[in-house]
Write a protein that binds this ligand. Sequence first.
Ligand SMILES: C[S@@+](CC[C@H](N)C(=O)[O-])C[C@H]1O[C@@H](n2cnc3c(N)ncnc32)[C@H](O)[C@@H]1O
Length: 252
Amino acid sequence: MSFDVSGSDYDRFMGPYARELAPAFADFAGVSEGRVLDVGCGSGILTEELARRVGEENVAAVDPSPMLETCRARVPGADVRTAAAEDLPWPDGTLDAALAQLVLHFLDDPQVGLAEMGRVVRPGGVVAASSWNFPRMPLLRTFWELARELVPTAPGETQYFETLEELEAPARDAGLDEIETAPLDVTRRYESFAELWSTFELGVGPAGEFYGSLPPESRSAIRDGYRERLGDPEGAVEVPGQAWAVRGRVPT
Ligand SMILES: C[S@@+](CC[C@H](N)C(=O)[O-])C[C@H]1O[C@@H](n2cnc3c(N)ncnc32)[C@H](O)[C@@H]1O
């Protein structure tokens, strides 16, 4: 899978975005107390934010990837388990909230994951998810635009959500009540284009995995095109990103 990587490599590729997103997303979900689950926790960036709010002993986290070890080290007092969003190892209604940050677009059926999150949360508790607004996530969008232009074998579609409706509909279909949505903005500063590009070379996520599968001439073509689209920057580069967040309550 494209997250068969170390937590430290993930942190270099996506960490600063996830770290800025985490408190805004936890605020949006209204997390300030209770027992909270981080679904698809990866290296534990959101897990750590949740622990700051409710205490490590009140945080649970799951992920199917090896990044989980970094999450365990980051939040040693949390209940961290290897599992998938679609089959969570907790009984019905035993948590106060379940959050999934940058995960839903990797599920075969987001509705199934959200319904399972709703199953383990008590009636009246919160289920929330955030995912990139792909048209406004240039780090990834530019990569895939160039990949499609330059590499005939590039996948025709990304897994990412292209519209807010694509994120909101599965929450509704999963049976959640009081559904709300919000855009959440983040920005990452790279000291140079070389720093930015080195993060694609780590093989993280679908973009890094696809990039790593290409012959050197295709990699160079994508890198050079990417640099040109950024305006051939000489110094630091700032790349903004926007996530959409959706939250709902388990019916009482
Ligand atoms: C972009 S990372 C996000 C990690 C973390 N939530 C964060 O915000 O940094 C996507 C995560 O989704 C996880 N994932 C993929 N498929 C999953 C599934 N079926 N159930 C739970 N997590 C999954 C991956 O292993 C990876 O850790």
